[in-house]
Design a protein around this ligand. Structure first.
Ligand code: 13P
Length: 253
């Protein structure tokens, strides 16, 4: 089964509206809006309208949100609903990122509720999982991934799982310059795909795209993407400059 690669830029709490618009203008020039992978940019909420404006008619990049509420519109100060993302026409939402788990107390159950809400709204979740350094060193890698996958995807159908995106991001590799070796990454991806097969069936496992994230850069992207179970990348630091992100997108064939 061949899966189309998907490269996503997670800007985190970086890049305001003016810089976001300038980024898109430069990125379009550098790539001619032509590449053979699915490309996604995930700006901070307040930057999204400027990025959509700068893209204009060009649909070469899908835009995502970095979070969404599990609740419908109402009295939830500081939250953003799926219907608000729909109103902007957003296609993706990043959920379960380790920074949300670590700093904002998001549990597998909350992430599961957000994933279901997003799918119901027609928005594709980019569902992040990954172990800490202590968990890996303590031999907990497989248990952690098993708990996160089963908790985050509980109650979903095989079809729903086939159509979302999973991002394996070892926490110790995020923003540290330490990348999992391509062998370590491939082993974790193969384990995740087998888990999906066990719970949701071989067809969902063959279809679901699994991105690697954690210090991906123009120097290591080729080797990572060459692995059979790595279907793309979720990129933080190296996605903040148009030339570097353009290089990553061109690497994915
Ligand atoms: P870095 O690429 O900066 O390590 O961040 C990875 C990440 O967390 C993407 O979601």
């Amino acid at each position: 089964m061949s899966r189309k690669p998907i490269i996503a830029a997670n800007w985190k709490m970086n890049i305001g509206p003016a810089e976001g618009a300038a980024f898109i203008a430069e990125f379009k020039k550098l790539t001619d809006c032509s590449f053979s992978c699915d490309t996604v940019i995930v700006p901070p909420f307040t930057t999204i309208p400027a990025v959509l404006d700068a893209l204009g008619e060009c649909k070469c990049v899908g835009i995502g949100a970095q979070n969404v509420s599990q609740f419908d519109n109402g009295a939830y100060t500081g939250e953003i609903s799926t219907s608000m993302l729909n109103e902007l026409g957003l296609q993706y939402v990043v959920l379960g990122h380790s920074e949300r788990r670590q700093y904002f107390g998001e549990t597998d159950a909350i992430i599961n509720a957000k994933i279901k809400k997003s799918i119901a709204a027609g928005i594709i979740p980019i569902f992040c999982i990954g172990e800490t350094k202590d968990e890996r060193l303590g031999g907990q890698l497989e248990t952690v991934l098993d708990t996160q996958v089963k908790g985050g995807l509980e109650g979903l159908s095989a079809d729903e799982v086939a159509n979302l995106v999973i991002a394996y991001e070892p926490v110790w590799a995020i923003g540290t310059g330490l990348t999992a070796t391509s062998k370590e990454a491939q082993e974790a991806h193969a384990f995740i795909r087998q888990l999906i097969s066990n719970v949701f069936g071989a067809d969902a496992a063959a279809k679901v795209r699994i991105q690697y994230g954690g210090s991906v850069n123009p120097g290591n992207v080729d080797e990572l993407l060459a692995q059979p179970d790595i279907d793309g990348a979720l990129v933080g630091g190296a996605s903040l400059k148009p030339d570097s992100f353009a290089t990553l997108v061109k690497a994915a064939k």
